[in-house]
Design a protein around this ligand. Structure first.
Ligand code: UDP
Length: 356
C-alpha cells in the first residue's frame, strides 16, 4: 500500500483536491493522508468546502495563518516536516501556488520524499507576486509535474526541465473536473435577489488589495459598471473587506460574504460576465461560457486571452469599464477543450499509482 501525504490550506486547494481525492479513493493500493495547514480557517473560506465537496476530514490539522509570508511559510515548514517524519509517506502531493504549497514541497524535498505538483508550469512572469515565487520554487523541487495546459508545458521546457529527471505531464485542469462534477448541485446564495445577467466579481489578489491606488480605481470601476451595465455581485474575501474598510471606500454593489462552492457555481452559471483577479475564476468563467475581464496586468491562463474569452484590464478604471461594456453578455464557446474536458483527476490518480 502506497501512502500519499496531501497538503492543502487555501480555498482553491480544497476545490482542486476534492476531485483528486475522489479519484485516489477509486484506485487500489493507495492511502491518502490529508494535512490542512490552516492558512484559510473561517467556516466560509474552509469548513463549507469540506462539507460540500466531501473532502476527507484532515488527518492532520495545523493552525498556521496570519503573519508575514516568511513567518507563515516557516511555521508551516517546521510542522509539515514533523508530519512527514511521523507518517512516512511515499510521496507528497501539493496544489497550486500558496505558501502551503511551497512549505510542503520544501519540507518533503529536504527529507528526500518525492513531490508531485498539480498545476505545475504556470507563470505570470511577475516576480512581485508571492504566488509566482511559490510556483517556481515548488516546480524546482518536484519530480512529477502535472501541467494543466500547453503553455505550462512550454514554460517548463523554457526553464530547462527537458534536461532534468523530473517528469513533465500534461493532464488538463482539475478545476474543470470539479466544475463538471459538482455543477448539478449548484444553488443560489441564500437571500440574494438579482436577475440573471448580473456581473459576478471577485477581488483578492495582494497586488490589488494592498495597493490603495489600484484598489480605489477598481472600486471606482465596479461602482460605474454596477450603475451603467448590470448589477455587480461581489462575494467579498476577508482580506478585501479589511482593505476596503481601511481605505474608507464605498462599494456600490451587492456585497455578500464569501460563498460556498455550490453557490459560486450557481453565480457563474447565471452571470452575464465575470470580473475578477482570481486565477481559478478566470477559467471557471470559461467553463460556463461567460466572458471574463481580468483585473490584473498578466495572467497565467494565456490561452483564454488567445481564444478571446478573457481580456486583461489591469486596475485602470476606464480600461475595466470599457472591457466590461465590450464583453458583457457575449457567448463564449469551448470548441477546443482547452482544459482537458474533465479527465485530469483520473489521469493524475493513475499516474500516481504507476510511479508510486
Ligand atoms: N470561490 C468560492 N466562493 C467564493 C469565491 C471563490 O467558492 O466566494 C471558489 C472559486 O469558484 C474557485 C476557488 O474558490 O473555485 C478558488 O478561487 P480563489 O479566487 O479563492 O483563488 P485563486 O484561484 O485566485 O487562487
Amino acid at each position: 500500500m502506497k501512502r500519499i501525504l496531501t497538503i492543502i490550506g487555501a480555498r482553491p486547494q480544497f476545490v482542486k483536491a476534492s476531485v483528486v481525492s475522489k479519484a485516489l479513493q477509486r484506485v487500489a493500493e493507495m492511502e491518502e493522508i490529508v494535512l490542512h495547514t490552516g492558512q484559510h480557517f473561517d467556516e466560509n473560506m474552509s469548513g463549507v468546502f469540506f462539507e460540500q465537496l466531501g473532502i476527507p476530514r484532515p488527518d492532520i490539522q495545523l493552525n498556521v495563518h496570519g503573519g508575514t509570508h516568511g513567518s507563515m511559510t516557516g511555521r508551516m515548514l517546521i510542522e509539515i516536516e514533523q508530519a512527514i517524519i511521523c507518517h512516512k509517506p511515499d510521496r507528497l502531493l501539493v496544489y497550486g501556488d500558496t505558501n502551503s504549497t511551497l512549505a510542503g514541497a520544501l519540507a518533503a524535498a529536504k527529507l528526500h520524499v518525492p513531490v508531485a505538483h498539480v498545476e505545475a508550469g504556470l507563470r505570470s512572469f511577475n516576480m512581485r507576486m508571492p504566488e509566482e515565487i511559490n510556483r517556481i520554487l515548488t516546480d524546482q523541487v518536484s519530480d512529477l509535474l502535472f501541467c494543466p495546459t500547453d503553455a505550462a508545458i512550454s514554460n517548463l521546457h523554457d526553464e530547462g526541465f527537458g534536461n532534468k529527471l523530473a517528469q513533465v505531464l500534461k493532464v488538463g485542469d482539475v478545476m474543470q473536473d470539479a466544475a463538471i462534477f459538482f455543477s448539478p448541485r449548484a444553488a443560489p446564495p441564500a437571500g440574494l435577489a438579482v436577475r440573471d445577467g448580473f456581473i459576478l466579481a471577485t477581488l483578492h489578489r495582494a497586488e490589488n488589495t494592498d495597493d490603495p491606488e489600484r484598489l480605489r480605481d477598481i472600486v471606482c470601476a465596479i461602482n460605474k459598471v454596477h450603475g451603467e451595465v448590470a448589477p455587480v455581485v461581489l462575494p467579498l474575501h476577508p482580506r478585501t473587506r479589511n482593505a476596503i474598510s481601511q481605505a474608507g471606500l464605498n462599494v456600490e454593489a451587492h456585497l455578500i460574504e464569501p460563498v460556498g462552492y455550490f453557490e459560486m457555481l450557481w453565480l457563474l452559471a447565471h452571470s452575464g460576465l465575470v470580473l475578477t483577479d482570481s486565477g481559478g475564476v478566470q477559467k471557471e468563467a470559461y467553463f460556463f461560457g461567460k466572458p471574463c475581464v481580468t483585473m490584473r496586468d498578466q495572467t497565467e491562463w494565456v490561452e483564454l486571452i488567445e481564444q478571446g474569452a478573457n481580456e486583461l484590464a489591469g486596475a485602470n478604471t476606464q480600461a475595466i469599464e470599457r472591457a466590461v461594456k465590450r464583453n458583457y453578455a457575449r457567448k463564449i464557446v469551448d470548441s477546443v477543450h482547452l482544459y482537458g474536458g474533465g479527465t485530469a483527476a483520473a489521469q493524475i490518480a493513475n499516474i500516481l499509482t504507476q510511479v508510486g
